[in-house]
Design a protein around this ligand. Structure first.
Ligand SMILES: NC(=O)c1ccc[n+]([C@@H]2O[C@H](COP(=O)([O-])OP(=O)(O)OC[C@H]3O[C@@H](n4cnc5c(N)ncnc54)[C@H](OP(=O)(O)O)[C@@H]3O)[C@@H](O)[C@H]2O)c1
Length: 328
């Protein structure tokens, strides 16, 4: 049973890769939870939480629905993006949807008296040359921080976990292609992080008051190029792969190429692929002093993702065996 004095938490994006996993973490900590989704009738969890959550219909593009979602809530997690879409026009307008969604949420939060907001956005340099996706993630952070609620903004690069869009792209490419001639972005540096550590930070913020009203970069223990990350995946799986970057691959071409090989739809691949040209490395590591963690290595994170069981909180995407020679 949750204590009556325990903060009441709203998880937006509760059906997503991160949100669904976070539910289990917060439930284990004893919090009362409300899950927001546009389709509550489709909401399901792979196994039960200790305290059944309340499930509420909420669409960030429908301000009226947010009043009910935020009613009586103390803390909210914002784990939503608007990438995707049924047609080319919808795919292109994700930034506009994300801007409206964040502003609607701030307006509703200001009226509801929400005391704390935690947002997981994207890691990328703060320069003017950011991709549409990364610039949009920064813009959402700024909008969420502009209201009366104290906002914590965590910025992450690709998150390694079963079902995550970035990880699935890597997984399918390496599994399916023995020889990969890739766009030059495979030599861009990134600081990927295990999904377990992302959850540690998201949940850990609740215990550390200094995280309120601040922005933090979160990253794993290794800075790697995407080529190195794909090679690590191949090593974990015991696969021999040849990977090289070539100059003639443009974003649109690589989007359709990736969407052909992987199950990730073009509306998600395109904004992600466009962002891969920008380095995604932590500018500062302040969070490591506030929430000290044993950061999971990328080989272990890949192994964990592959080994995730069907009963686990994530969507099952793989039953492949993991192959790490030194740990066998
Ligand atoms: N995955 C990664 O590798 C990664 C890396 C860095 C940062 N992040 C950040 O982590 C956060 C969560 O990403 P994710 O990978 O978990 O995403 P995801 O699996 O694609 O889930 C997206 C969620 O957004 C919800 N949503 C979309 N539009 C909505 C709307 N109009 N109203 C209400 N809910 C809406 C969906 O809920 P319903 O469809 O149920 O309504 C779904 O639960 C995002 O802010 C993302 O930028 C992710």
């Amino acid at each position: 049973m949750t204590s009556p004095s325990s903060p009441r938490i709203l998880v937006t994006g509760a059906t997503g890769f991160i949100g669904r996993r976070l539910l289990y973490r917060l439930d284990a900590m004893g919090f009362w939870l409300r899950c927001m989704t546009r389709n509550p009738e489709k909401f399901s969890l792979p196994f039960e939480l200790k305290n059944p959550p309340e499930v509420v219909a909420g669409d960030l593009l429908d301000p009226e629905s947010l009043k009910k979602a935020l009613d009586g809530i103390d803390i909210a997690y914002y784990l939503v993006h608007s990438m995707g879409g049924k047609n080319f026009r919808e795919m292109k307008e994700f930034e506009k949807r994300d801007r409206i969604a964040a502003q609607n949420f701030v307006n509703a939060a200001d009226q509801s008296g929400l005391s704390r907001l935690i947002y997981l956005g994207g890691l990328g340099e703060m320069s003017g040359s950011l991709s549409h996706h990364l610039a949009s993630r920064q813009e959402v952070g700024k909008i969420l921080a502009s209201g009366k609620t104290e906002a914590t903004i965590l910025r992450a690069a690709v998150i390694i976990g079963a079902g995550g869009a970035g990880f699935e792209i890597i997984r399918y490419l390496v599994e399916r292609l023995p020889v990969m001639l890739c766009p030059k972005w495979i030599y861009t540096q990134s600081q990927p992080i295990a999904v377990e550590n992302v959850l540690d930070y998201l949940a850990g913020c609740l215990d550390v008051p200094e995280t309120a009203g601040a922005t933090f970069d979160i990253g794993g223990p290794e800075v790697l190029t995407y080529s190195e990350l794909m090679k690590k995946y191949a090593r974990v799986r015991g696969l021999r792969r040849y990977i090289a970057g070539v100059p003639f691959f443009y974003t649109l071409l690589s989007t359709y190429w990736v969407a052909l090989i992987t199950p990730v739809p073009p509306g998600i691949v395109f904004p992600l692929a466009e962002g891969l040209r920008s380095p995604a490395v932590c500018r500062e590591n302040q969070i490591t002093g506030l929430i000290p963690l044993d950061l999971i290595s990328m080989e272990q994170a890949i192994c964990n993702a592959l080994a995730e069981e069907q009963q686990g909180p994530g969507r099952l995407v793989s039953r492949q065996a993991c192959f790490l020679p030194e740990q066998a």
